[in-house]
Ligand binder design. Structure first.
Ligand SMILES: *Cc1c(COP(=O)(O)O)cnc(C)c1O
Length: 373
């Protein structure tokens, strides 16, 4: 069994994907060109925002947003303690300070209570200026944006949505990657919408920021890339990746999002009486980048026995960000991070993808139940 079966997805869409790649090869244009423009238009339209700017990966996307906002030394950027490293990695990169915030145990997403506590603490301390909140759509579920937006408005902060795992999710009819002042996503192969290499995108309604990020991603270009008006990056999505994404897009929208939700429902029905299953808030729809259970005791043994039964599982994440050696300079903790510490001991992600057969889900459930009841 595969944890995320990218081979099966390719086999099923082989002819569209092969001919999309072939067309790029025949065109001889490997950077930029119409597939990139078409993709940006399609994604902006799907998400419901004015600008989509593709870039080289989801980490650059976050960094480009902070660069466009001019975030730097002395600025506090609030990030969840429980997320992939990238979310916070970009903060010291622009010389700002990450302030780690606890998450909600049911949704795994940034806790509005903890966020407000951390903001107060930063203000009281008086050393850093609160500037940005990065809210992550972790494991596919949009963060609690109605509550977070109230806080960013109250304290006049910018909201950056890290939708690397959340593309395709929504709250009501409003799509993930439309909630932040700027939102980002990743097309890393295993993300909900993946390409066949690295890729990322940025979304915003703001014309000025969009223009700045267009410039920053191509060496700080002015009129063209040989007119350089600021220090930027080389961060483009290449044409083959854009073509792959275009070829996969319709089935992502029309089939895959529904399919992962069916798998999640099947898991939850079967497992809710033996482990803590993930909870999706009323009116929220997840794109299920991961299906993550909580096992109060015996998580590592469960993982081991699953492996013995040929079932792959993963621990996302085993270490709170504030314990990562890379952040040892950012030792100051501004709020309690107890939920994150607990989750790191308890979480286990099970195989999840749109092409998972019913019998595979049943086999995983039966195996978990055999060990855990
Ligand atoms: C994957 C991921 C990123 C980074 O995306 P890359 O394309 O790998 O750079 C950022 N944030 C989160 C939450 C992610 O899961």
């Amino acid at each position: 069994m595969e944890f995320r079966d990218l081979k099966k997805q390719y086999q099923l869409h082989k002819s569209e994907i092969d001919s999309a790649i072939q067309n790029v090869l025949l065109s001889g244009h490997f950077i930029g060109g119409s597939p990139v423009i078409q993709l940006e238009e399609k994604l902006a339209d799907y998400v419901g925002v004015k600008h989509c700017i593709t870039c080289a990966n989801g980490t650059d996307a976050l960094q480009l947003a902070l660069m466009a906002w001019g975030i730097g030394e002395g600025d506090a950027v609030f990030v969840p303690d429980f997320t992939f490293f990238s979310t916070a990695e970009v903060v010291p990169w622009v010389k700002a300070t990450p302030v780690f915030v606890d998450v909600d145990k049911d949704t795994f997403n940034i806790s509005p209570y903890s966020l407000e506590e951390a903001i107060h603490e930063v203000i009281n301390e008086g050393k850093l200026t609160p500037k940005v909140v990065i809210a992550v759509d972790l494991f596919g579920q949009p963060a609690d944006f109605p509550a977070i937006r109230m806080i960013t408005e109250k304290y006049n902060l910018l909201l950056l949505e890290d939708g690397a795992q959340g593309f395709g999710g929504r709250i009501g009819e409003k799509m993930a990657c439309s909630f932040g002042d700027i939102a980002t996503t990743s097309f890393f192969p295993a993300k909900p919408l993946g390409c066949y290499g690295d890729g990322g995108a940025i979304f915003t309604n703001n014309d000025e920021w969009a223009k700045l990020m267009q410039s920053y991603k191509v060496h700080g270009k002015g009129e063209d890339k040989y007119d350089n008006v600021r220090i930027g990056l080389n961060s483009r999505l290449d044409t083959i990746q854009a073509a792959v994404l275009l070829a996969k897009f319709d089935s992502f929208v029309n089939m895959e999002i529904n399919a992962v939700n069916r798998v999640a429902e099947q898991y939850s029905q079967c497992l809710s009486d033996v482990v803590d299953v993930p909870k999706v808030k009323e009116g929220f729809v997840s794109s299920w980048a991961q299906y993550t259970i909580r096992v109060a005791s015996g998580r590592d043994r469960l993982k081991f026995v699953l492996a013995e039964n040929s079932i792959p599982s993963m621990i996302y994440y085993s270490k709170p960000l504030h314990e990562q050696m890379a952040f040892k300079e950012q030792q100051r903790i501004y709020c309690r991070l107890d939920n994150t510490i607990e989750l790191c001991r308890e979480v286990l992600s099970l195989p999840m993808h749109p092409y998972m057969e019913d019998r595979d889900v049943e086999y995983v459930c039966a195996t978990v139940k055999k060990i855990h009841s």
